[in-house]
Design a protein around this ligand. Structure first.
Ligand code: GRF
Length: 191
């Protein structure tokens, strides 16, 4: 049996981090075991730190505010990730735009709460809810130099009903996120 190691980066609540820990951490798919060996955040107060701790993982905190430039911060991320010899890096709500210092050195995937290439950027949920679109959805893609622009890995859509509130729409998005990100990890590492 082969073990594939992943790093998970997050900035906030960490519900997607928890979905990964629940669904794929130390689990075997097609004779491949997936292990989360690094949880890393740029926010010292991120609730995801507590969620990781419940699984015995003490998160590394690298605060972007402590660095003089984006490039220096990105290099610190790269150095930490490389220490763990991971097969894949997963952005689970990591709210930072990365420079080529990172994207040229690390193979990473990102979760985005819209059907890319539509609604890139930080307001995807609200913009897709307010749009004429009859569906909403979630995308997982490879991280590239272009924000939310890398090669698509998996997408899942749902019908936006007329009477749906923004809160209900957002709940549906998050429920799909918690499925599609673990599934994408398995698809990449275990097929
Ligand atoms: C998710 O909605 C993700 O799409 C966005 O940030 C949110 C992270 O949520 N990029 P959580 O921290 O995983 O709960």
């Amino acid at each position: 049996m082969v073990t594939k190691k992943i790093a998970v980066l997050f900035s906030g609540s960490g519900s997607n981090l928890e979905a990964i820990l629940q669904k794929v951490h130390n689990k075997i798919f097609n004779n491949v075991k997936i292990e989360v060996v690094l949880t890393l955040t740029n926010k010292a107060n991120a609730y995801g730190i507590e969620r990781a701790r419940r699984y015995g993982l003490e998160s590394v905190v690298i605060e972007h505010t402590k660095f003089a430039s984006r490039e220096e911060f990105d290099q610190a991320l790269v150095d930490e990730i490389k220490k763990h010899n991971v097969d894949l890096t997963v952005f689970a709500g990591f709210m930072r735009i990365l420079t080529p210092v990172f994207t040229n050195q690390i193979k990473a995937i990102n979760l985005h709460p819209s059907l890319l290439p539509l609604f890139k950027g930080a307001h995807a949920i609200k913009e897709s809810f307010e749009s004429e679109m009859l569906v909403g959805g979630v995308s997982v893609h490879y991280v590239s130099e272009e924000l939310d622009g890398g090669k698509l890995i998996m997408q899942r859509a749902f019908e936006k009903s007329d009477d749906m509130s923004l809160e209900e729409f957002e709940e549906k998005i998050h429920a799909i996120e918690h499925e599609i990100l673990p599934e994408s990890i398995v698809k990449i590492l275990c097929k």
